[in-house]
Design a protein around this ligand. Structure first.
Ligand SMILES: [Zn+2]
Length: 469
């Protein structure tokens, strides 16, 4: 996942009235299951499934599922980058639930790691390894859920579909979700989906917030291309492409695009306002006004850029390319803008507005082809969201559940674009772990103690939404 998970400012701690772990489960002995959860999770982390090697993980999953009598199917555009689907049938009274996770992990720089990045080494209460956060906890939780549904013979009102997909991190070849949605959609079509894209925050030793990912921004990058007359560096020219490009980059980089909340971000800021200390609460509240406060936006821009990005379509210059020599005026200069659009953005109108902001006919806006489709936000008033909220309350008592919009992009975009209501989850971590050992960071690790409640969370949501009533 290209993760940009925003969890807001430090939040006032809430009294833990219900500090006891819930008796979660329909007949699952969670204490007894712990060693198996850990073993399966570690086995997955030990598989080096960096892009191009995802079939190694699929081979493992296939073996484990089939050993328990759960049939699997593999779909591969590239034999080394297979996807795996397994389905447990329900009685068909409701449409299926899809639980998915990606098998690929980003690469490693071994010299940065204190331990073997594919050792799943247990040290200081953590499991260390590439993929230990992104995305093998979700993959392991989904796997365990399938195994237990089968072992306990759980009656289902809807099919539960397990998907392990390749190429989430870099699917330029389209081997993962793009391939599955395009060629094998019938095998994964569902009413609801649950996958990475959310998380939970530990403050002061307990989980205080659970984020459910319900929306994401859409990458809509462009190149700005300025043209002018080439010439000798000793002769100043007014139509120098660099001067025109520089002015354009400055204008769009400082452009205050229109602010707009959607159902998810409105709920997000409302909930944060309700649990934040007064000074921060007043900032969040000021965003909810019919005329949102400019000062509040400015505050977020300076102090919480991730949350500022949730307010609007963002324009960020990221690349510059121009020139061949110190004494040569180039005829062309270009800049790349990483634009992340709100889910409901009218992108044509947005580019037209940007052209006006630039106001220079020497600078053209060229669209860069995108690999993800526009996707509407998933709704908050669904059986699935309500179940996730309810289960969060039992697994993480006292935690505030907050819907969130990722400023990054994920494979949920393809699912939402096809009409599936998709929701993001993730295991709990501390702010310090999120900062120092993030997904894609030099070193990745997950607290072992976060793994078990997370698996229970996934299991209970599946039971709640798909179990027979
Ligand atoms: Zn991921």
């Amino acid at each position: 996942m290209k993760r940009v998970l925003v969890l807001g400012f430090a939040v006032a701690s809430v009294c833990a009235l219900h500090a006891q772990a819930p008796s979660a489960g329909k007949g699952v002995d969670w204490e007894k299951l712990r060693p198996e959860i850990l073993e399966r999770y570690r086995s997955l982390v030990q598989i080096d499934s960096t892009a191009g090697h995802e079939t190694l993980a699929v081979d493992y999953l296939k073996k484990v599922l089939e050993a328990e009598g759960i049939p699997t199917q593999t779909f591969a555009l590239d034999p080394n980058r297979a996807n795996l689907v397994a389905r447990l049938k329900g009685n068909g009274s409701k449409r299926p639930l899809l639980i998915l996770a990606h098998t690929d992990v980003v690469g490693v720089q071994r010299e940065k790691w204190p331990v073997d990045p594919f050792g799943a080494v247990m040290k200081d209460g953590y499991v260390w390894g590439r993929g230990s956060k992104d995305d093998k906890p979700v993959l392991a939780a989904n796997l365990i859920t399938m195994l237990m549904l089968k072992r306990l013979g759980i009656q289902l009102d809807r099919d539960v579909i397990f998907l392990a997909e390749s190429g989430e991190e870099a699917d330029l070849a389209g081997v993962g979700i793009n391939y599955m949605v395009r060629e094998h959609f019938a095998d994964i079509d569902a009413e609801f989906a649950m996958t990475e894209g959310g998380g939970a925050r530990i403050d002061g030793g307990r989980v205080t917030r659970v984020n459910i990912g319900t929306a994401e921004k859409l990458p809509a990058r462009v190149r700005l291309v300025a043209t002018g007359t080439a010439g000798h560096g000793s002769v100043p020219r007014l139509d120098n492409a660099l001067i025109h490009l520089g002015a354009a980059v400055e204008k769009v980089g400082r452009w205050e695009t229109p602010m707009r909340l959607n159902e998810t971000t409105r709920a997000y800021f409302e909930k944060l306002a309700a649990i934040s200390p007064p000074d921060h609460a007043s900032i969040y509240k000021a965003l909810l006004d019919s005329k949102p406060s400019a000062d509040a936006q400015k505050f977020l821009r300076e102090h919480s850029p991730g949350e500022y990005s949730m307010l609007r379509t963002s324009v960020v210059p990221t690349l510059l390319k121009a020139g061949v020599g110190a004494n040569v005026i180039p005829s062309e200069a270009e800049a790349t803008l990483d634009i992340r659009a709100l889910p409901d953005e009218n992108i044509d109108a947005f580019y037209a507005e940007m052209a006006k902001v630039i106001g220079d006919p020497a600078v053209k806006i060229e669209r860069i082809p995108q690999t993800r489709p526009p996707s509407p936000a998933s709704k908050l008033q669904t059986e699935m969201y309500r179940a996730m909220e309810k289960v969060a309350g039992t697994i993480y008592p006292g935690a505030t559940v907050i819907p969130s919009m990722s400023t990054g992009a994920s494979d949920q975009a393809q699912l939402r674009a096809r009409g599936i209501q998709s929701y993001g989850i993730g295991p709990a971590s501390t702010e310090s772990d999120e900062t120092n050992y993030p997904a894609h960071g030099d070193v990745e690790r997950l607290a072992e103690s976060s793994l078990y409640p997370f698996v229970q969370y996934v299991w209970n949501v599946v039971i709640e939404v798909a179990g027979h009533r």
